[in-house]
Design a protein around this ligand. Structure first.
Ligand SMILES: [Zn+2]
Length: 434
């Protein structure tokens, strides 16, 4: 393969040179954190990092640490030294605040440019950014990386599907950046209105910010006639750009000269053997405003360091399967409610209120999703009538989608409005019957 590489020197380092650079940066990052942040000083003050393997002896950080030190308690610089702040939505009250020095933003743009070039983006291409702009890192992360690369950026943000249809048809971008569920929604709704997403001329899509599957990749590539690439990141580490797929699409290359990956057993925290599924743990090697040492991402994946056909030598992670804390095993298949949720959220005819019922009393577990139809759909049906053919059609379409993304047969039941219990904060989405 002969795809372009944005930073050939950094992305094709030999194994020894890469390890030496990682160790040097790890030592500097730990020393920086210990020197400047009381939280790290208390936990890491006595730690010795002489080899990369010594990392495994350091304590983990979790999302709760960020919440408990809200807003700036884990920062290693003064607020006036920050060039930008982002925040993640708080499902438990306060958001988690992250921040960047000017140098951190430089790193972010660099890693985003690498990830986008790996997906086929080139200087001079137009990029339609349908990630949300604002405190969420998706929109501005893609925006800045694309500008660094020399692309023409169309900062559309999320929402307002009709505006996406219009701009995609009239401006004809080469690339699309969006969550996979929103991208599919844009394509499906355009097709429903008689448009042809394949005629838009989109060559590559860079999709991320939620777990997705090979089934959804196939659906997106069919819908747009484009190549779909997975991009991974999280605001606690930097935002999008932590890792991304190359043209080989055999895992996502981690920018591991900036973010050191480990995979650990989610229950015990012990490192997993290469290729064994576990929870991704990331350590920032160069970030100055908010150094993160052994951050438990909660994301389930595998790690490989074998060679890749594209020539990059960085470690690769497999597509994220879901969140460590909500995995279910049904009929021997690992099922993540996040996969179900992403599939449901992509359908405009449904409300984001659902329950996943797992009935394990039978020999083979039975799965059912109960979800509420959207008001517009109910209007077209003249109110909630369970036997209405329109509801039946939506039910069949969504059940097929769920089978595609999860590999499991899931019964779908549309229930009357306000049937699903609402709760403050993180909703209870799964009910298991044993
Ligand atoms: Zn590769």
């Amino acid at each position: 393969m002969s795809g372009a590489i944005y930073n050939r020197e950094a992305e094709t380092l030999g194994a020894d040179a890469r390890a030496a650079l990682q160790l040097e940066r790890l030592r500097r990052s730990v020393a920086w954190a210990v020197e400047r942040v009381p939280f790290h000083r208390e936990r890491l003050g006595a730690a010795r990092v002489e080899r990369l393997a010594d990392l495994a002896a350091l304590p983990f950080m979790r999302k709760s640490d960020l919440r408990e030190h809200y807003p700036f308690g884990l920062f290693a610089v003064e607020p006036r030294e920050l060039a930008r702040v982002h925040a993640s939505s708080g499902t438990k009250g306060k958001p988690t605040v992250v921040g960047y020095t000017a140098g951190d933003l430089h790193v972010w743009r660099e890693v985003m440019a690498r990830v986008m070039v790996a997906a086929g983006a080139r200087s001079g291409d137009m990029l339609h950014v349908a990630y949300g702009y604002g405190l969420f890192t998706g929109g501005l992360g893609f925006h800045d990386g694309a500008e660094r690369l020399g692309m023409t950026v169309v900062p559309v943000s999320s929402g307002n599907t009709a505006r996406h249809h219009l701009l995609l048809q009239d401006l004809r971008p080469a690339g699309l950046g969006a969550t996979p569920s929103f991208a599919l929604h844009i394509a499906e709704s355009l097709a429903e209105q008689g448009g042809d997403p394949r005629a838009l001329g989109i060559r590559y899509g860079m999709f991320g910010a939620e777990p997705w599957t090979e089934g959804l990749r196939a659906a997106l590539e069919r819908a747009y006639g484009c190549h779909a690439f997975d991009v991974y990141g999280l605001s606690e580490i930097i935002g999008p750009g932590v890792a991304g797929e190359c043209e080989a699409r055999e895992g996502l290359h981690v920018c591991d000269d900036h973010f050191l990956p480990e995979v650990v057993d989610p229950a015990t925290g012990t490192p997993c053997a290469p290729g064994t599924e576990g929870e991704l743990v990331l350590t920032t090697l160069t970030k100055r405003a908010l150094p993160m040492i052994r951050y438990r991402t909660g994301d389930i994946t595998t790690l490989t360091t074998g060679p890749c056909a594209c020539g990059r030598t960085s470690a690769r992670i497999a597509r994220i399967k879901g969140r460590a804390d909500d995995m279910l095993v049904v009929k021997g298949v690992n099922l993540y409610p996040s996969e179900v949720e992403a599939a449901l959220l992509a359908v405009e005819d449904l409300q984001p209120h659902y329950l996943l019922l797992v009935d394990r009393t039978a020999t083979l577990a039975r799965l059912e999703v109960q979800v509420e139809p959207a008001p517009a759909l109910l209007e077209r049906c003249g109110g909630f009538q369970p036997d209405h053919p329109l509801l039946g059609a939506v039910q069949r379409r969504v059940a097929a989608r769920l089978r595609e993304v999860t590999g499991l047969t899931i019964e779908l039941t549309l229930v009357a409005p306000h049937t699903i219990p609402r709760s403050e904060g993180k909703a209870v989405r799964v009910v298991e019957k044993h």
